[in-house]
Write a protein of this length. Structure first.
Length: 365
């Protein structure tokens, strides 16, 4: 797998991030005691009891930062969409460049989430005795300062990159699981469609009462038996006649023209009002519009995932949910698997076509 599509499903429901947030807050607290124990001790003494000190950490720090977590997750997701970051290549430079792209976001994220976090902290800490003077002095004037920004910045960078990489690992595991599932389905399909034992059942004939040993030997015509023919090719005819569907198509490339076998074609697509076919021999331009091809191709093997693309279901690798009601369909390509987008409105028809295609055993030619 040379590259991976970023589904970003983690940012839509970052429940796992709460655990990492808790770890980061505890780490920062331990670091604060290690770097400046006297300052921390003065703060602890000001709360008089351990319970009050722990309550401040929980209500005054941890709970308000939940808002920071969810807002930052939302910003990372929007940042992906704004810059069109959909895929990542599996090499050191690509991953490093992907990580560095988000550094500007983390530098400005403070100004987007801090007003929300600040007011949540005020409402929780000061409940039920709210004071406008304390709100103005301790929260507004003391909160929006360069010192507060620099204090928050390391926390935001750490939390941001934790969320970014957790999502990256989660997407990788999802893609790996999908590929493993698709491979298992392909293996099961090959086993299902491989030559199997053909069972031939004969009518059981009850012999008449025997009078002698010679009569006990049944004649070949009336023998009752069940035979198993191993590795006998099974010829399965298609549900409908395929004579009306085209078997070959003309394609043009820079190297010349080619006469392409339809069953070998991976998919057909429209690009800037031109029609192309992806084939093991390469990418060829064709003259037939997809609307015409859709009528000439066998629907058992070909499906139109959207107005600009028809795929060969025999070369389908996998499909997965992406975003905004869209699905990513992975089909074989000339060099590597191609990623195609399918709208949700085509999902039911796609599943039906896939089921019909996978339930049809391979033909023994």
């Amino acid at each position: 797998m040379k590259s991976m599509t970023l589904n970003r499903s983690f940012y839509k429901n970052p429940k796992t991030g709460v655990i990492f947030l808790l770890v980061i807050v505890i780490f920062c607290e331990i670091l604060g005691w290690a770097v400046s124990p006297k300052t921390r001790l003065d703060i602890y003494v000001s709360y008089q009891t351990f319970f009050s000190y722990a309550k401040n950490i929980l209500i005054g720090i941890l709970v308000p930062e939940f808002c920071t977590l969810y807002i930052l997750s939302f910003l990372i997701d929007i940042y992906h969409r704004f810059w069109g970051i959909r895929k990542i290549n599996f090499n050191t430079l690509s991953i490093l460049w992907y990580e560095l792209k988000f550094l500007p976001l983390f530098f400005v994220a403070f100004f987007l989430f801090f007003p929300v976090t600040l007011h949540v902290r005020f409402l929780l800490r000061e409940f039920p005795h709210y004071s406008f003077n304390r709100y103005l002095d301790l929260y507004i004037l003391h909160g929006f300062t360069i010192e507060t920004y620099l204090l928050y910045l390391p926390f935001i960078i750490i939390l941001g990159y934790v969320l970014l990489n957790v999502s990256l690992v989660r997407d990788f595991l999802e893609v790996t699981n999908n590929q493993t599932h698709s491979q298992k389905q392909a293996i099961a399909l090959r086993r299902h469609s491989s030559p199997a034992a053909t069972v031939i059942k004969e009518t059981v004939v009850t012999p008449a009462p025997l009078k002698s040993f010679a009569e006990a030997v049944p004649a070949p015509e009336s023998e009752s038996f069940t035979t198993f023919s191993i590795n006998t090719p099974i010829t399965v005819s298609s549900p409908a006649s395929t004579d009306k569907y085209i078997k070959f198509i003309d394609g043009k490339a820079t190297t010349g023209e080619a006469f392409l076998r339809i069953d070998d074609c991976y998919f057909f697509e429209t690009v800037e009002e031109k029609y192309f076919v992806e084939h093991p021999k390469g990418r060829f331009q064709i003259s037939k519009p997809l609307a015409v091809l859709e009528l000439e191709l066998d629907p058992i093997h070909f499906f139109r995932i959207h107005r600009s693309c028809i795929i060969n279901m025999n070369h389908l690798n996998s499909y997965t949910y992406w975003e905004k009601g869209k699905y990513l369909v992975y089909v074989k390509g000339t060099n590597q698997a191609r990623e195609l987008v399918m709208p949700r409105t085509r999902l039911d028809a796609f599943k039906k076509s896939l089921s019909e295609n996978r339930s049809l055993p391979s033909k023994q030619l």
